[in-house]
Write a new protein. Structure first.
Length: 164
């Protein structure tokens, strides 16, 4: 980093309830699970949180403004593809990715076996080196809606710099 770099931080958050009959998609990766997440799109809460973090860092409207949940064309949409579209807007406005970090909060299933694939998929959607993308997971030790297995959440932070 040199003096005069213009850096911006954005934070994203998303939460969804579990529901039967849907695949569990996180960061563009289908995770083997008995239930998926409820939502208008594929309910990929990692992609949603990362999208909001990037849009926030760039000073843009949130994901709901860009991709409204009442838009029938977005029913069942791939959230990782929507992330790619949002990232193109951010890049077009003059920003470059420094890094993005996401943490998934859920009791089960265990995500450790899928973290590398999730990182790869996010990095590909952002056209970024995998070293600039992290995905972690945590439980709430059975506290709250995530701990009771009712749903899951994700928090993400993105750091952008003004492109040269």
């Amino acid at each position: 980093m040199t003096p005069g770099d213009d850096l911006r931080v954005g934070i994203g958050f998303d939460a969804h309830a579990f529901t039967a009959g849907r695949p569990l998609v996180l960061a563009g990766v289908t995770i083997p699970a008995e239930r998926g997440l409820e939502g208008h799109s594929d309910a990929d809460l990692v992609s949603h949180a990362v999208t909001d973090a990037l849009l926030g860092a760039a000073g843009m409207e949130d994901i709901g403004h860009l991709f409204p949940s009442d838009n029938p064309a977005l029913a069942g949409a791939s959230s990782i593809a929507l992330l790619g579209r949002a990232w193109e807007r951010v890049r077009a406005s003059g920003w470059a990715l420094v890094n993005v970090d996401a943490i998934v909060i859920m009791q089960a299933p265990r995500l450790a076996p899928h973290r590398d694939a999730m990182r790869e998929c996010l990095a590909a959607a952002l056209g970024a080196d995998r070293a600039r993308v992290t995905v972690r997971a945590s439980t709430t030790d059975h506290l709250g809606f995530a701990g009771r297995g009712e749903g899951a959440a994700c928090q993400a932070v993105a750091l952008l710099r003004k492109a040269a």
